[in-house]
Each structure stands twice: as C-alpha cells, then as structure tokens.
Design a protein around this ligand. Sequence first.
Ligand code: BJW
Ligand code: ZN
Length: 266
Amino acid sequence: MNEKAVESLPTNFSGFPFAMNLVREKLNEARRVVILTGAGISAESGVPTFRSGGGASVWRGMPFEQLSSAEMVERDLPLVWEWFDYRRGVVGDCKPNAAHRALARWQQSDHFDSFTLVTQNIDGLHAAAGSIDVLELHGNIWRARCDSCGALRDLRAVPPRERPPVCAVCGHAMRPDVVLFGENLQIDVLQRAHERAAECDMCLVVGTSALVYPAASLPEVARAGGAFVVEVNPELTPLSALCHATLRGRAGDILPLLLHDGELND
Ligand code: BJW
Ligand code: ZN
C-alpha cells in the first residue's frame, strides 16, 4: 500500500490509515460491488454540488429545490430550460477526474464478478471516463424527453435552438430528461439498482449527502443484505453511522488508492 499517499490526504480522522487498509482489504476480497455516487465525486472536476456550499443551490435568487421540481415544469417550462442550459454550460467545460477514472478502471479490470455503478449525477462524467452500463437514477442533462410520446433527443449532437425544443415525432414540447423533486424515478433503473444493492457484498458510497430518496435507501438495502458499506466523503452525512467504515477525504484522492492492482491505478 502507498502509505505516503495516505499520509498526505486531507483528513482529520486519526484512524484513517487503519480504515483505509480495512477498506482496501474488503474491496479486494469483494466479488459483487455496488458504487453509489453523488455530486461530490464531480466536485473536483468543477461541477458545483447542491448542498454544503457547492454553488448550485441558488440561481437567480431561486433555490434549486424550486427550480428542479415537477411543479416548475408545469408552471414555467422555458425557465426550467434556461436553468438547465446554464447548468449544461458549466458541465460542458468539465472533464472526468481521478475518481471517475478509477471507477472506470475497476470495471474494466474484471476484478469483480459483478460491478454496478449507480449515480445520482446527471453530468455524464462517468461515461466520459469510460464507465459502461451506468445506472443514472436522476437522468442525464444531455438528453431531452417528450412526455407525450416518450421520444428522446441528444442535446450534444445537434443542440436544438428553440426553447422548449419541439418533439420531432409528435410536435409536443420537450423537457430535460432529468428526475426532478416530486417525480418518480425510472422504475426499471431503480429496480436494477435495488436488486444489485440487495445482493452485493460491498457497497461504496461516494460524494453524496444521502438526503435524497429513494437513492439514499440503496446503502440501507445493501447493509440489510449483509454488505460491507463504506462512505467516502469529507463531511459526515446521515448515512455515516450506518457505515462499517468512513473515509473522510476527497474522492479523487481516495479512490485511486483503493484497489490493490498497482498498475490499474494512476
Ligand atoms: C465530496 C467532495 C469530494 C464534496 N469528494 N465527496 C423519503 C423521505 C423524505 C422525502 C422523500 C422520501 N422519498 C421521496 C421523498 C421526496 C424527495 C426527497 O428525497 N426529498 C428529500 C430531500 C427530503 N424525493 C423525490 O422527490 C424523488 N422522487 C420520488 O421519490 O418520487 C416519488 C414521489 C412522487 C411524488 C411525490 C413524492 C414522492 C426524486 C428525487 C430527484 C432529485 N433530483 C435532484 C435534481 C436533479 C436535477 C438537477 O440536477 O437539477 O438530484 S435533487 C439533487 O439532489 C440532485 C442530486 O442527484 C440529489 C442528491 O444530491 P447529492 O448528489 O447527494 O449532492 P449534495 O450536494 O447534496 O452532496 C454532495 C456531497 O458531496 C456532500 O456530502 C459533500 O460533503 C460531498 N463532497 N466534495 C467526495 N471532493
Ligand atoms: Zn413526442
């Protein structure tokens, strides 16, 4: 293990090297792994987090809970588009960081029998790092959806100019393909995440405040199924007490140190 790297991590947790060793051991033994990520994993790429002073919490004087809500889509769809156009402008300049890349390498290494990456993020940075089959619980900021016929439109390839964009299939106004407060998650995506959490032997929870449900219930499901649950986050969360180990630090510093195969890491 790279003890020097561990010592240089920004942490105020005196048991850190012990926790780090334990997590490395467990991860290397684990066969079925579920990773749940949140905004914190993209923070080092420059994507603002929602809470904990991350910068995405207020726009034009409105709290994000109000903007990113089912109610706002009903009331003012053009405003919702403006909000997401602004967010795409920010995310578009961001690149995957060491944490995204580490997870992509773990999946590509075939070290695990089953590797499931579940994210609450809509920024697409896991896929940009090379991860495949990512379960995006809250959708993707780079897609528009027609609520009338279900058609999807890629906003990267040929970004539509009109706001809201018009569905090419049925002519209905499209909306961002993201899951807002008060909206149901896509049932098949949630179900798959739930099943994998129930049967995994290790669950790593990275960079989420664990406040938003049903995403926050996945580590609870994993724990109830007997998994070893680990949190990677510089801050305490409501989930911390449920975890077998907590690594207090930044995802980009910690994740590249976790899997033994030296050549797989940065
Ligand atoms: C670092 C770091 C570094 C920093 N390294 N870490 C049960 C109880 C109570 C309420 C509910 C419940 N079930 C459902 C609800 C209602 C609601 C909910 O959960 N509310 C709670 C907030 C109270 N849930 C819903 O509405 C969901 N739908 C639903 O349940 O449908 C059924 C239903 C229908 C009708 C009525 C009621 C229910 C949908 C939730 C969708 C959430 N969508 C959003 C917005 C997406 C679009 C957008 O981007 O605008 O998703 S909200 C926002 O929060 C976004 C995120 O994915 C989500 C989670 O945030 P996340 O990722 O945890 O980010 P932060 O900022 O909170 O935390 C960052 C963390 O990173 C911090 O801890 C930092 O310390 C850490 N960090 N730097 C590692 N370098
Ligand atoms: Zn349509």
